[in-house]
Each structure stands twice: as structure tokens, then as C-alpha cells.
Design a protein around this ligand. Structure first.
Ligand code: PGA
Length: 253
């Protein structure tokens, strides 16, 4: 059975003290929940060490970075490598988030390199794909998703691809309060799984974890997670409130 995961993407929010306080609140809430729910917390880079230390030893809970650079090391002022991230105790890295694609013009080619850097450093990439509102309105959502897979992660061989997690995040639903309807999420998740089956094989398609992201909250998480091809969520806004994120986490159980 494939792994179900709930992940919180804190984005560029909070000061150090606020981040520590949220982590400690989450820790207390998680202690009251079943330990079987795999949970990922993605704080900003400067807090990775501390937040990883905070959750150390807590079964099923791990920490992710929100991005990594596509080169191993060198003269890239201000950038952060996958090796650095791994050395903080983080175990995953979000790659290809639509905000990175949009505001930092990250290309498929760069994203593939980032995935390779992550894997070379024993970080699990959480690779994001998703169409914009214009693409959906033009009926080009399937085509967009296929292209995002083809230009990056479908270059991996099957054994390598089996190490990644995918996240479908329709850009029109991120931070907008417009969630994909469960049928819309299911339709795309099934398409992604089918595409993996065609590119690789049915067993790999079946074992790939595909998360949904985009205005997932305490009111809609149950319905979204009930879709057969939705294996959990990548949560932005609602992950900044401990009680909400813990409730969403519980909805996955
Ligand atoms: P949101 O963000 O939950 O605030 O829509 C999701 C994401 O960008 O990962």
C-alpha cells in the first residue's frame, strides 16, 4: 500500500520565535493523535535545524525544505544546497512549487536537476505540478500536467522515480480559498497515476504517493482525502495554525 502523507508548507511566514512556538504546539497536538500518520513540516531555511531537532524521535514526523539549488555547491550567493539541507536533519524537499515556477522562473530542466540533487543527498523530493486558471479554462489542464511530468521527473529511471512524492497543486486553488472539488482532484490524480503507468508500469503507478494541495482546510480535507487517488495533502495557509493542521492530519487517518 502506498504511503499517505500530510505536509505543511509554512512558506515565507513567521519569525524564529513564532516558528518554534508553532512547532511546539504541533508537537503537543500530534502526541494525542495516532502515530501512523506520516507528517512533514516545511519551515523556512533558517529554522530547519531547530524544527528538525524539535521533532526528532517523534515517529512519522519529519522536516522538509521548501526548495534547494540545482547545483551541488559553489559560488551561488544566497542559495542553499541539498547537502546543506540534509545536514540539518531535514529528510524531504519541496521542488517545483508553483510559486517557485512563477516568481523565480524555474524551468523543467532546472527542476529535474534539483530532484537529482535532492536524491543524491538522500532527501525525498516532493515534486509539485499543477495548471493555472487560464490553462484550466482553456481545457489544457491534462496537457499541462503531462508536460510538467515529461520535462522533469519522467526523465528518471523507474527505480529513481519510485523515491519521489508528487503533489498536484492547481495554481488557481493555492491561497485563493478556491479548492478543487473532490471530483476535479480525483480526475487529475487518476490521470497522473495513469501517466506513470504508461511511462513506467502499473506497480509503480500504484505505489506513488500523490498529494493534493490548494486551499485544503479543516472543512474540505475529509472529502479530498476520501478520493481513491488522493494520498494526502500539501497544506499552506492552514498549516500555520496548529489546531487546523492537526485536524487536517487527523482527517487523513
Ligand atoms: P494553500 O497553499 O493551502 O495556502 O492554498 C498550498 C501550497 O501552496 O502548498
Amino acid at each position: 500500500m502506498r504511503k499517505k502523507i500530510v505536509a505543511g508548507n509554512w512558506k515565507m511566514n513567521m519569525t524564529y520565535a513564532e516558528a518554534l512556538s508553532l512547532a511546539s504546539e504541533l508537537k503537543d497536538l500530534f502526541k494525542k493523535q495516532p502515530v501512523t500518520i506520516s507528517t512533514v513540516i516545511a519551515p523556512p531555511f533558517p529554522f530547519l535545524c531547530e524544527i528538525a531537532a524539535c521533532f526528532e524521535g517523534m515517529e512519522g514526523v519529519s522536516v522538509a525544505a521548501q526548495n534547494c539549488h540545482h547545483e551541488a555547491q559553489g559560488a551561488y550567493t544566497g542559495e542553499v544546497s541539498a547537502a546543506m539541507i540534509r545536514s540539518t536533519g531535514a529528510q524531504q524537499v519541496i521542488i517545483g512549487h508553483s510559486e517557485r515556477r512563477q516568481y523565480f522562473t524555474e524551468t523543467g530542466e532546472q527542476l529535474l536537476k534539483k530532484v537529482q540533487q535532492a536524491l543524491a543527498n538522500e532527501l525525498t523530493p516532493i515534486f509539485c505540478i499543477g495548471e493555472t486558471r487560464e490553462q484550466r479554462e482553456a481545457g489544457r489542464h491534462f496537457e499541462t500536467i503531462a508536460q510538467q511530468l515529461n520535462e522533469a521527473v519522467f526523465h528518471l529511471d523507474a527505480a529513481t522515480f519510485s523515491k519521489i512524492v508528487l503533489a498536484y497543486e492547481p495554481v488557481w486553488a493555492i491561497g485563493t480559498g478556491l479548492t478543487a472539488k473532490p471530483e476535479q482532484a480525483q480526475e487529475i490524480h487518476a490521470f497522473i497515476r495513469q501517466s506513470i503507468g504508461t511511462k513506467y508500469d502499473a506497480a509503480l503507478a500504484d505505489s506513488t504517493t500523490i498529494l493534493y494541495g490548494g486551499s485544503c482546510n479543516t472543512s474540505n480535507a475529509h472529502q479530498l482525502f476520501a478520493c481513491p487517488d488522493v494520498d494526502g495533502g500539501l497544506i499552506g495557509g492552514a498549516s500555520l495554525k496548529a489546531i487546523d493542521f492537526a485536524a487536517i492530519r487527523k482527517a487523513l487517518n
